[in-house]
Design a protein around this ligand. Sequence first.
Ligand code: KIV
Length: 268
Amino acid sequence: MSPKKVRIHDFREMKARGEKITMLTAYDFPTAKAFDQAGVDMLLVGDSLGDNMLGYDSTVPLTIDEMIPFARAVARASERAFVVADLPFGSYEVSPEQAVESSIKMIKASGASAIKFEGGRRIARQVKAVTDAGIPFCGHLGFTPQSETALGGRRIQGRGEQGVADLVADALALQEAGAFAVVLEMVMAPAARAVTAALDIPTIGIGAGPDTDGQVLVWLDAAGVGDWHPKFSQQFAQVGAEMTKAATGYVEAVKSVSFPAAEHTFED
Ligand code: KIV
């Protein structure tokens, strides 16, 4: 029997009963299947695809057309998890119409259940237009990688009284525009607490401390793939080292002709 699909109303109910929401990024079918079976509530086809999987310097060059096959693979693999797809830089900022067109394109082509893009009050009109079109929307505040240059680098957000007030105002604007959740990235813990207390919808933190309603990590950071060890992440496995071990063993076995052995060979 298929597991019960996580639905949009489940997230508010989880916030109300104090159950933490889990979200991980995923970009392909087998990884998404493993995370779905592990009970991750939400899978994010993030634009971190650009720098983590496609080798770009940042998320900025990525396009919707590049993202769609990855998002489609994740949606196909997810029996239980709720799938959210990012809109990449340049595909929603111009106008509410552009945001709706891009969101419809992503949802129709990928089968994802919801859209996420970055910003607060400055993109509230876009968010309202997207939710009015019937598309579930997840916000993204704090450090927003698509604006890294404008923010002056990877800087922690929500510092001081004004920083907290700005973040709360942005989050309320997203809630008002119909968002069902808000990701808070690299935010001072007191600011994340203030936003979480101010909202009826859940907050999902990454580098925002323990008091958000849920947590999200880029899966390669959580699984120990690659050399980047951000302070806010934890490696729950050493998948990178295991992959190197598998490839090294394979190379040795082929070179020494111990693989393929009789049991791997079709012979009369
Ligand atoms: O693209 C992404 O992976 C994200 C997470 C960091 C939240 O937006």
